[in-house]
Ligand binder design. Sequence first.
Ligand code: AMP
Ligand code: MG
Length: 350
Amino acid sequence: MKILGIETTCDETAAAIVAHDEAGGASILANEVLSQIAEHAAYGGVVPEIAARAHVEVLDRLIDRALDRAGIGLRDLDGIAVAAGPGLIGGVLIGLVTAKTLALVTRKPLLAVNHLEAHALTARLTDGLAFPYLLLLASGGHTQLVAVKGVGQYVRLGGTIDDAIGEAFDKVAKLLGLGYPGGPEVERMAESGDPERFALPRPMLGRREADFSLSGLKTALRIEAERIAPLAERDVADLCASFQAAITDVVVDRARVALRAFSGVAGHPTALVAAGGVSANGAIRRALAALAGEAGLAFVAPPLQLCGDNGAMIAWAGLERLRLGLTDDLTVPARARWPFAEKPAAAVAV
Ligand code: AMP
Ligand code: MG
């Protein structure tokens, strides 16, 4: 089985081919990603119209290149998967219209994938992980702790009530005059900084629900930065290290609470999984691995090139859906908002 995956929901244009056979398992035959970081850098964030124009310009060539790399033609595909949301609607429409057109002319099944669901299922592509598992999905736009019970079965155990974790990294980087996207820059500066110099708050620590709130932490950092301005390189490094340490503590505490709630909704987890762009962060990865170890669980995080947005995860989620007969027709809409995990019916006892 070979699936084309198309991703255009934010600032990466991506096309990939993923193959699967019951004997050999899954393999990524091509994974083409064109990031628009350079186009958006001057604005310190993603500009929707610039993103949409860039997707239009490169998507068809990228699909061609993915097919070439995989050494196959359109006729060899078993399905066309596309992220139909959530995301910036201009970009989502471009990917979806392209996928619908390909599905129509090739008469292959169309698979409209939820971008977040694709992040959630990536650990099954890379590690063949069995359900159920606890997922921390942390990206530029989303932060959620989810019990992944099966394809299409996701229970939300917690999420952010204000900023996403990646967004907090990006805003802090901007505040400190670092580049965009902020996560990698903050992590790089933090390496040489003192994580204890600034006593930043750990919002929500110890709360019974596995929710996040990060805007207060960001404000606390801004106040510290203003207090000691002008900032020397050493100050910026210490602020980054202190911020990263605070976020890491919060992430571990929130994940611990979600692990406790997990058995009430999904039984015993096979693993703790991190996905989304923030899961590239070494400090957060190490802390989550230690938490998983404490709980006697495996820790699984995708390899770095699959942490951020990519087409392989869309292709894989499409493949999972196709195996269950979950195909879509040409009326499937593009969705700017598309929650993928439901809150549990009753309050979860922890
Ligand atoms: P995504 O939304 O999944 O495309 O991921 C992009 C987000 O992940 C941005 O907000 C980045 O700042 C963040 N990010 C990427 N690498 C890192 C890192 N090493 N540490 C923290 N955040 C990161
Ligand atoms: Mg992105």
